[in-house]
Design a protein around this ligand. Structure first.
Ligand code: SF4
Length: 706
């Protein structure tokens, strides 16, 4: 129990929704949080919060909370069981699956929503202790592309920026990003920029951000990569290149120049549905800007050429020398509150602390930090999420442990996933709420504590470790994920191996040891107390930093010295051929469906946000499709009519919302409604394995009601 639980006081903790990582001041009475206000001194949000943050406590009080372990009987009925039985059932059934189908036949799917220490525990327990070979997280659905792009371009998954850059740029370019509603506090910081900056938005939709920008390039879907190459070509042709930077700090400029030369501006503009003079204006703004920052989120990451598109953005920052200085950077904005923690600590794609499973020296280093025999560390990465799903399909995976995520709603082409869950011998879901779509398929439900009910750290988009605090008791028998992992470790027979993993802060110290000499080194952080005192600390914060004249509170961006993480310290300029859309619109399915965030008040599958009456009042409770009035007129559809959106995978009956925010021939559905992923196409970026949620072909027909 946190000290603050015993008094009437206030304390500051990091918000548990999005990767902005705002500081929220919790107001406690008799040791329990009874209210909150945005923390005015926290360096991230400076006294601001979005509606989800303001309602963060409310959603904890819900009749949908999972409050006791539930086991499904052969008739399909769920009954409560004691924790002791739940741990025994978990271990016996998973071991039975392993005995019958091999050690590697059990897998886990986790999340960017639990604390770093919990991710570290889960990854170490499953892969080093239980022999699980395959595991992944829902971060595959949002961030995998950025990870791969950064690793290949910079030599390490290293978002280079600080939030101060929003206020210090004189030109900001948002590609496939809608921070107005996706990251509203970041957008507020853009609005505080005193430089009267040029704000360019590249997006097929006229989003809230596009409407507020100084320029909107309303590109046709999936023409973004060609457009970025054409912009690069123009920047080179107009000599907006920082030749010193390119020569001293990059590799591949000649190949880049040769590649982009084929992207003639006029031709690309015609294909993309843009005016040459508009793109030309953007080129001038980027080329002449003193401090240009480029920002991207899901419009780039969730596409079938996402990695190369992200790298086209990185290329622009590099060749114009817009990196490592205030107000610059090629900046991926992260999604979930601890997606960054998952990237570093989940032990799935990368070995604990972003090491490499295939590197012997890395394995030895991690084994020493964790004080385990090196033989217990696998020599290969896990399968990616889509391959795990495929493994369920073909019978290689028979036991699945789902932690704080809801794939029966969120995975692409979800009908397929739901059918596959029925093929599992044993499905365990560990979640705060027992009413998720995935819980309805579970054999065993483990009730977990949520944000505000446990301790640990989250890492936000600007690489800041922030503190999560226990400011109230979890309902019923719900336990912190950390305690659930401890219970399973003990019952599995791994109590001795994890004897030192006694508390989140003890695990934080293990993580610090493992991070030494990595680009994400945090060995200099003096415990949770220092994180609390400093308003979080950005990585890296090595022991050297700590003694090197820096202040931990100082905002720090990467690459100020032009030194990247490849062996030769040079960044790579990476280009590729453009591939056609996997499922273009045609005569039968003439509309391109885009999906994404709907409103500032909704979060992902709405598991949490729908628990707040206030948040629910701020968005439509029924699913809807945005369509252009011209398309609607052709179908004789009016605003508010019921329409059927049909793809080759399934259909959804939803309300028509007529708007000019989409172009003719396109439609948009928010991802928050269960029906949206009945339509999406199972297609992936080949480098990152991230699903391409942004482009599938659908047809829309009126639903005739009598
Ligand atoms: Fe929480 Fe994100 Fe809203 Fe900040 S912007 S209050 S971190 S949900």
């Amino acid at each position: 129990t946190h000290d603050s639980m015993t008094a009437d006081t206030t304390t500051t903790a990091t918000c548990g929704y999005c990767a902005t990582g705002c500081g929220l001041r919790l107001h406690l009475k008799d040791g329990e949080a009874v209210g909150l206000t945005p923390e005015t001194t926290y360096p991230v949000n400076l006294g601001m919060a979005c509606p989800k943050g303001w309602e963060a406590l409310r959603v904890l009080d819900s009749p949908e909370r999972a409050t006791q372990p539930l086991l499904r009987d052969p008739n399909g009925k769920l009954s409560s069981i004691p924790w002791d039985d739940a741990f025994t059932t978990f271990c016996d059934r998973m071991k039975k699956v392993q005995a019958e189908h091999g050690t590697e036949s059990v897998a886990f799917l986790s999340t960017g929503q639990i604390a770093s220490e919990e991710m570290a525990f889960l990854g170490a327990l499953a892969r080093f202790g239980m022999g699980m070979r395959h595991c992944d997280g829902n971060t595959r659905q949002c961030m995998a592309t950025a990870v791969t792009a950064y690793k290949e371009s910079f030599g390490f998954d290293a978002p280079p920026y600080t939030y101060d850059d929003f206020e210090q740029s004189d030109c900001l370019v948002f590609i496939g990003a809608n921070p107005c509603i996706g990251h509203p506090i970041m957008w507020e910081r853009v609005l505080r920029n005193p430089n009267n900056p040029e704000i360019i938005v590249i997006d097929p939709r006229r989003t809230e951000t596009a409407a507020a920008a100084t320029q909107h390039l309303q590109v046709r879907p999936k023409n973004d990569l060609a457009l970025l190459y054409a912009i690069t070509n123009e920047l080179i042709a107009r000599d907006f290149v920082d030749h010193d930077f390119v020569q001293n700090h990059t590799q591949g400029f000649e190949a880049l120049q040769q590649h982009v030369a084929q992207f003639d501006l006029a031709t690309v503009c015609e294909q993309a549905g843009l005016a040459v003079e508009d793109v030309s204006h953007a080129v001038e703004a980027i080329g002449r800007g003193r401090a240009v920052s480029l920002w991207w989120t899901m419009g780039v990451n969730q596409s079938y050429q996402g990695t190369r598109t992200a790298q086209a953005i990185i290329n622009i920052a590099l060749i114009t020398g817009n990196i490592g200085r205030p107000g610059t950077g090629a900046n991926s904005i992260t999604g979930q509150c601890n997606a960054m923690g998952s990237r570093l600590w989940s032990n799935t794609t990368n070995l604990f602390g972003h090491h490499s499973f295939s590197d012997e020296a890395d394995r030895n280093k991690v084994a020493e930090a964790l004080q385990i025999p090196v033989e217990q560390i696998p020599t290969t990465s896990s399968w990616k999420y889509d391959r795990i799903i495929e493994g369920i399909r073909n019978g290689e995976i028979k036991g699945l442990w789902v932690v704080a995520t809801n794939p029966a709603h969120s995975w692409i082409d979800q009908e397929d996933v739901r059918e596959l869950f029925a093929k599992l011998d044993f499905l365990v879901v560990q979640d705060m709420y027992e009413t998720t779509e995935t819980c309805s398929h579970a054999d065993l439900i483990l009730p977990s504590a949520g944000w505000g009910e446990k301790e640990g750290t989250f890492i936000n988009s600007e690489r800041r470790y922030g503190l999560l605090k226990k400011v109230r008791h979890a309902p019923g028998q719900a336990l912190a994920d950390f305690q659930i992992f401890r219970g399973i470790a003990h019952r599995w027979g791994l109590g001795e191996m994890f004897a030192d993993w006694s508390s989140p802060e003890a695990v934080f110290q293990i993580m610090q040891r493992a991070s030494r000499d990595q680009p994400c080194d945090i060995s200099g952080i003096q415990g949770y107390e220092q994180l609390d005192r400093c308003g979080g600390i950005q990585w890296p914060w090595s022991a050297d930093h700590a003694s090197g004249g820096f202040e931990p509170e100082q905002q720090r961006r990467l690459f100020a010295d032009g030194q990247f993480f490849h062996d030769d310290n040079r960044a790579r300029l990476i280009v590729d051929e453009i591939t056609p859309m996997p499922e273009p619109a045609d005569a039968h399915y003439p509309v391109v469906l885009l999906t994404g965030r709907g409103t500032v008040s909704q979060w992902h599958t709405q598991t949490r946000t729908r628990q707040s009456p206030l948040l629910r009042s701020l968005y439509p409770n029924q699913p809807y499709v945005e369509m252009h009035p011209r398309d609607a007129a052709e179908l004789d559809v009016e605003h508010g009519d019921l329409v059927r959106v049909r793809s080759r995978r399934g259909h959804a009956d939803v309300t028509a919302c007529l708007t000019h925010s989409v172009q003719p021939g396109q439609a948009f559905m928010p991802m928050h409604y269960e029906c949206t992923n009945r339509l999406t196409l199972s297609h992936f970026d080949p480098h990152s394995g991230q699903p391409s949620y942004k482009d599938c072909a659908v047809r829309i027909d009126p639903v005739l009601t009598s």
